[in-house]
Design a protein around this ligand. Sequence first.
Ligand code: PLP
Length: 483
Amino acid sequence: MIDDIKAQHEKLGNEVTRIITEYVSTLDSRPVASEATPALIEEMFDEEFPETGSSIDDILARFRNEIARHAMTISSPRYFGQFNPAPLPIGVWADALASTLNQNAGAWRNGPTSAIIETRVVRWLCDLLGYGPESFGVLASGGSEANLLALKCARDAANQNIKQRGVRVAAGDLVIYASEQCHFSIEKSADILGLGRELLRKIPTDDRFHIRVDALEQTIANDRKAGLKPCCIVGVAGATSTGVIDPLERLAEIARENGCWYHVDAAYGGTLAFSGKHRAKLNGLSLADSITFDPHKWMFVPFECGATLVRGGAGVLRESFDSSPEYLNEDRGGADVQFDFFRYGQLGSRRFMSLKLWMALKFMGRQGYAQTVDRQIALVEYLAQRIDGLHDFARISPVETAVVCFKYLPESYREAEPALQDSLQQRVQQYIERSGKAWLTTTVLHGRRAFRVNINSFLTEQRHVDDLLELLQHAGREVLTTS
Ligand SMILES: Cc1ncc(COP(=O)(O)O)c(C=O)c1O
């Protein structure tokens, strides 16, 4: 039996290494987005339930010819899409090693080294973001789960009885405040936590897409007058659409003045902390009661790997999430209970996520991350500068991280109806997507559509940015001639 498993691993190891190395050697040339429609891929996998097993060769052939072929080439140096990074090779293989051990990182006894390594990487992340020695945290599947865990702590801090008796016991409805640019997971969390989506106040942003502090203060005052209770202010460090950073210190003051929890969603922007050059943009982050930080965004750790960090320490998370099921509660002398990560979040069985994060940090070091982050921001600054010099394009957002937003606005469209200008951006985006030569997204800012470019592949060089600009100009001309 064991010999058989060993042989399977040897075969898979050789074959999979070949597939991976072939794949990465084509990253610069393969189409970024597949031309396949959902129907085509659906047809490919429209198959009967497998009654008998297939050979490894057949399964891997399907992976190579169908799954990989039509996958989005996230790691391409020409992928300028969402916060989806090219994964570090050490992270890819760390996942294989984690699966080999298949530790259950929920309880210490089922994953002794995973628990200690999780404790270690959480410590490193807290130190990186400027939290003190009391602080603690828990790894999560990503920013959405991390935001939910943090907002649960905020809700429970507002009233300790809610956990047992439900939100109905809160004196006055609890309100969350965040910029209208906040990630959708904040809204979902308000719903899941029983506060209701309506009681997430989406505060307008200024012309650089930062939360408007005057509007926030006014909204809080109005809510107080109406008998509602401010529960939490959420700041964003690296907004999903624009990458910009809210005035974190000012938000901390407002939260303090109103006696409410302060959470910062630094899922993307937290990585700036590695950079001596850009770290000051995060001033005020360490004043937050909780922080969301996703290594699977700008630290090039493969999905999934997010984190909720809390300034007040392990007790804050235990207060919100601890539970003591009989079968996990045997007397082990007490020394290990603090390493039971199921006590700090929602999940029971958990992956050994800390392994890839630990390996990535060991491999890159602070300096490796700083260099990469600085280089990617410099590339986006270069792109912004070139956009500013082009007659037919208009920049919409400042560059604070590795994101920039802009529009294609040729002379003939400058006075056009907003809807026409908006659809022009979408048509250009679709043209580029269909070409397979690059991929970028559009987003809506202050009600109007714009391109959004994020450099999140450490393989992207200046020549790729130049190619993107040429492609945008070409796509623009093509779309104009066919309309
Ligand atoms: C600012 C921010 N917060 C949270 C999230 C959610 O992260 P995830 O997709 O890992 O759940 C995102 C996703 O892009 C994000 O941009």
